[in-house]
Design a protein around this ligand. Structure first.
Ligand SMILES: Cc1cc2nc3c(=O)[nH]c(=O)nc-3n(C[C@H](O)[C@H](O)[C@H](O)COP(=O)(O)O)c2cc1C
Ligand code: SF4
Length: 682
């Protein structure tokens, strides 16, 4: 947009007394950065970065829990403890100092959690119906449970007000509150079941108690499912009626609209869609809710580019547009829009590595922004070094090499980037061969554009040898040459199998009957399997794991599972490919197991193997003895985010570092993090 002052996205929005500086928000999401259930420094710095980046409203927490019998499912904040107040107060003060409003989402998770940790209390729901995703069999809530939880909500709200937050949001999709609303989860015959009045009773008891505690001025909103898109759940008409009653009560100040239900990974993937699905699938629906109900409406669901967000506001579909994962990828969106630098926004490519990690008990990390969640030690904006400026040679333009070149150039150094192929991206290009995952190319494209802007000299189609590198008289050499598929793990038959890369690249045509052995558990094997299944191969996936591809999280699992079931792919777990031999014009695969000594054989036309990569490290070892650090990395300094200072060979003329899969077979995040943390201090 040529004139930022007229940009619909940058217009202020008044919610009651609260003036928000623009229309961009981050909706509630628990990044699992809490420590002991409290938002300590890591948590605070994560939100402050968004405030610095110009966001209008950051909704902290995701599902901060109001009671002990709602144990944390993924690092949720403990809104039921008084100790949370000073931590939140500091977070709010620091965000306010940068001009952003701060609210928090509170909830009782109901059956969407587990009982087998924390205080070992039974989890609770309106009716004893199991939630498949968390596998808990809940207790049916009794009257004294509900009275206690109503009081807990009010007490939690009071804590949030005491912390100086601008407001709260109640979570009502897939949790206890909406569990009462939905016929799918409420089978009660008492005052809390049956009619809509009864099903809303608990909600209004909570709202009454909260208002009695925080008063009429404090901002209270509700993030509600307005259509469960589920034959046995709430219809759109039900959702609108609930919305109408909430608005008519005068108790709430905004609605944050959700469409869908979340009791399985497949269902959750419709509410929080990942790459390969259409942009903003529920935006028009949210706009219909806004048109029907006279109340400010917020919404987020795969609105990850500025143009779509702008449309959401300009077309009057939303009052505040949620760009949640977009801010995990780049917390400085609003500032860059304001500065007319939209093209510098690091794109959210929808990989959903962030969300998948929290369901695996880890913290949310962005697949290609390693500074997110590490604000104390990693910069979102790389600062120019004071000088003197150095000559840096980077070999390899995969994710690690591109990031190294970008960061070194942003430091002000003179950077030459060699790449043997005719285009950048390395393994990202292979991953993007599955059309569903083609958005991943944005990881390479954004870095290429940044490198061009920063004046990196790019040398494609050049397989750099030591002389090429040394001819640049470098101060620093970064070897990011990646790896090649490791097929050497077989007892026999390595020469007659093909790798998943062969299938993905098109070097090997899919066979008619194929056995694919995956001993990596990550995307490459599954992508090859998807491609084979879609090409019509009769496919069996064999894996030594307890289920297929355990390195792929729940939301990324959905598309593979759907594809394999639709194409009748046979999946054999707990089994290990030992060897392959020719049998006539076919291949015989010998399959063993870690559990018994028995083996069995399968005949196939093609055997595809995925066992990670082995590093392409020849150049590194040629250069090693000539370097001043002999390639050594001081891990303590690396972990602490301090500069590298190893000098083990004073005669060396340059420092040498090896990053990404040129070290060991890992993933995109690891490759980019290697690069950022070594190069940010060059
Ligand atoms: C790591 C992560 C955790 C989340 N946790 C919550 C949560 O606790 N409560 C909630 O209402 N939404 C949660 N969400 C959903 C987001 O608020 C948002 O609806 C979703 O990411 C879709 O918006 P986006 O496409 O802009 O990212 C979470 C999302 C992510 C990425
Ligand atoms: S991991 Fe993927 S979905 Fe999540 S913020 Fe990063 S780019 Fe976006």
């Amino acid at each position: 947009m040529s004139n930022p002052s007229r940009d619909p996205l940058l217009q202020p929005f008044q919610l009651k007394h609260l003036m928000m500086r623009n229309r961009i928000m981050s909706t509630a999401h628990e990044p699992a950065y809490s420590e002991d259930g409290l938002p300590k420094d890591r948590y605070r710095l994560y939100h402050v970065e968004k405030a610095r980046g110009g966001i209008a409203l950051t909704m902290t927490a995701g599902s901060a829990i109001v009671a002990e019998d709602s144990p944390a499912a993924f690092g949720n904040l403990h809104a039921y403890r008084d100790e949370i107040v000073p931590w939140l107060a500091r977070l709010a003060d620091d965000c306010h100092a940068h001009g952003s409003a701060v609210m928090i989402q509170i909830t009782h998770l109901g059956r969407r959690t587990n009982w087998n940790h924390s205080d070992w209390l039974p989890v609770l729901a309106p009716s004893p119906i199991r939630e498949p995703a968390h596998r808990s069999f809940p207790k049916e809530a009794e009257d004294w449970d509900l009275a206690r939880i109503v009081r807990a909500y009010a007490a939690a709200a009071a804590r949030m007000q005491a912390a100086g937050l601008d407001g709260i949001e109640l979570e009502a999709y897939g949790h206890l509150m909406d569990g009462f609303w939905s016929p799918a989860t409420n089978r009660r015959t008492d005052d809390y079941g049956g009619s809509l009045d009864n099903r809303l009773r608990f909600t209004f008891q909570v709202l009454d108690a909260i208002r009695a505690t925080v008063g009429p001025a404090f901002i209270v909103g509700i993030r509600m499912v307005a259509d469960e898109a589920w034959d046995k759940g709430l219809s759109r008409a039900d959702g609108l009626e609930i919305g109408r009653r909430l608005v008519a009560s005068g108790q709430i100040d905004f609605l944050n609209v959700i469409r869908g239900h979340i009791e399985t990974d497949a269902a959750l993937a419709e509410v929080i869609p990942i790459h390969g699905t259409r942009s903003a699938p529920h935006l028009d629906f949210a706009g219909e809710v806004r048109a029907a109900l006279n109340i400010p409406v917020f919404h987020a669901a795969r609105i990850n580019d500025v143009a779509t967000a702008r449309h959401a506001i300009a077309a009057g579909l939303l009052d505040m547009v949620g760009m949640t994962r977009a801010h995990i990828a780049d917390p400085h969106i609003a500032r860059k829009v304001r500065e007319g630098r939209e093209q510098d926004i690091r794109p959210c490519v929808g990989a959903t590595y962030c969300l998948d990690r929290i369901y695996e008990g880890r913290e949310a990390l962005c697949i290609h922004n390693p500074a997110t969640g590490r604000e104390a030690i990693m910069p979102h904006e790389v600062e120019r070094a004071a000088g003197p400026h150095k000559s840096v040679v980077v070999v390899g333009a995969g994710p690690a090499g591109l990031e190294a070149a970008r960061v070194a150039a942003a430091r002000g150094h003179e950077v030459v980037l060699f790449e043997a192929a005719d285009e950048p991206g390395g393994q990202i290009r292979l991953a993007a061969r599955t059309r569903r995952r083609s958005e991943l190319l944005g990881i390479a494209e954004w870095r290429m554009a940044q490198c061009q802007k920063l004046g990196v000299a790019m040398r494609f189609n050049e397989l750099a040898e030591a002389d090429d590198v040394l001819s640049k008289d470098p101060d620093v050499v970064i070897v990011a040459t990646g790896g090649l598929p490791d097929t050497g793990f077989l007892e026999a038959g390595e020469d007659i199998v093909v790798s998943s890369w062969d299938i993905l690249s098109g070097d090997a045509r899919p066979g008619a009957e194929v056995l694919l052995f995956d001993d990596n558990g990550a995307h490459p094997g599954m992508q090859a399997a998807e491609l084979l299944a879609e090409a019509g191969a009769k496919l069996e996936i064999v894996t030594p794991e307890r289920f297929f591809a355990p390195e792929i999280g729940g939301l990324n699992h959905v598309a593979y599972a759907r594809c394999f079931q639709e194409h009748g792919v046979r999946i054999t777990i707990n089994s290990r490919l030992r060897q392959v031999r020719r049998e006539g014009n076919r291949l015989a695969a010998v399959i063993g197991s870690d559990y018994t000594d028995r083996t069995e054989e399968r005949l196939a036309d093609q055997v595809v193997v995925e066992h990670g990569t082995l590093p392409l490290d020849e150049l590194y070892f040629v250069l090693k003895e000539q370097s001043s650090n002999r390639g050594e990395v001081d891990y303590r300094a690396l972990i602490a985010g301090r500069p590298q200072a190893v000098v083990s060979n004073p005669d060396g003329r340059f420092r040498l570092f090896r990053i990404g899969d040129a070290v060991a077979s890992r993933n995109i995040h690891a490759a980019i993090y290697d690069a950022l943390r070594l190069c940010k201090d060059l």
